[in-house]
Design a protein around this ligand. Structure first.
Ligand SMILES: [Zn+2]
Length: 198
C-alpha cells in the first residue's frame, strides 16, 4: 500500500519574489507582475505601451517643464526654487522623486524654499513617467500626506496619474530584476524597436 507523506509532494509554495515598488498594490496585481517578470515579458509590454523617451535632459529643461505645470494648476502654491535630476535618489527608500521645503527667515519674514528632485534614471524615460513624478512632487506643495486630497490633486493635474504611476513602478521592478533600460539608448532599445516595427 502506498502511503503519501506531505514531503512526497513538490513544494508549490516557493518563496515569492519581493516587489518593493509594488507593495501598495493588491496581491492579485503583484502576482500578475511577478508572472510577467518570470516569463520575461514585463519589459516588452512596457516598451510597447510607451513610445520614445522625452527630450528633457538638463536640469534647466526639467525646471521649465515643472514650472509649466505649476503655472497651469498651482499658480498660487509658493515658489519652486530649484528642480533637478538627482542620481542619489533611487537608493533612498525606493523613492522616485523628492520634494523638500525649508523655511527660513528672510528680511524679517518667513520664506519657504521649495526644491524638487527627480531620480536621474527618469532623464531617459517616457514623458508620461516624468510627468507623473513632477505632478506628484508639485502636489506636495499643497498636500503633505499621501491622502485622498493629495491623489485628487494629482489626478486633477494628470487624469491618467494612477496608470502612469503603476507603469513607472513596473518599469522600476523590471530594472530591479536585471532588466535592461528600455529608453536609455544602446543596443537593447534598438532591439526592442525592431521587434515593435515587425
Ligand atoms: Zn509623495
Amino acid at each position: 500500500m502506498a502511503s503519501f507523506s506531505r514531503s512526497s509532494f513538490p513544494s508549490r509554495s516557493a518563496p515569492s519574489v519581493d516587489l518593493p515598488y509594488l507593495r501598495a498594490y493588491s496581491p492579485t496585481l503583484q502576482g500578475q507582475a511577478r508572472a510577467l517578470l518570470e516569463q520575461g515579458r514585463l519589459g516588452n509590454i512596457l516598451a510597447r505601451r510607451y513610445g520614445q523617451a522625452h527630450q528633457i535632459r538638463s536640469d534647466k529643461a526639467l525646471y521649465d517643464f515643472t514650472q509649466e505645470f505649476k503655472q497651469r494648476h498651482l499658480r498660487n502654491a509658493g515658489t519652486i526654487n530649484k528642480v533637478l535630476f538627482d542620481n542619489k535618489i533611487h537608493v533612498v527608500r525606493h523613492a522616485l522623486g523628492l520634494h523638500t521645503s525649508m523655511a527660513r527667515v528672510q528680511g524679517g519674514r518667513l520664506a519657504a524654499k521649495h526644491e524638487i528632485r527627480v531620480a536621474t534614471l527618469f532623464r531617459q524615460a517616457p514623458e508620461e513617467f516624468l510627468r507623473m513624478i513632477v505632478v506628484h512632487e508639485l502636489a506636495h506643495l499643497r498636500e503633505k500626506d499621501h491622502d485622498k486630497a493629495f491623489y485628487q490633486l494629482c489626478t486633477h493635474m494628470e487624469p491618467d496619474y494612477h496608470q502612469y504611476e503603476l507603469d513607472t513602478r513596473l518599469y522600476l521592478t523590471h530594472l530591479d530584476h536585471g532588466g535592461e533600460p528600455l529608453w536609455g539608448g544602446g543596443p537593447v532599445v534598438q532591439q526592442v524597436s525592431e521587434q515593435l516595427s515587425e
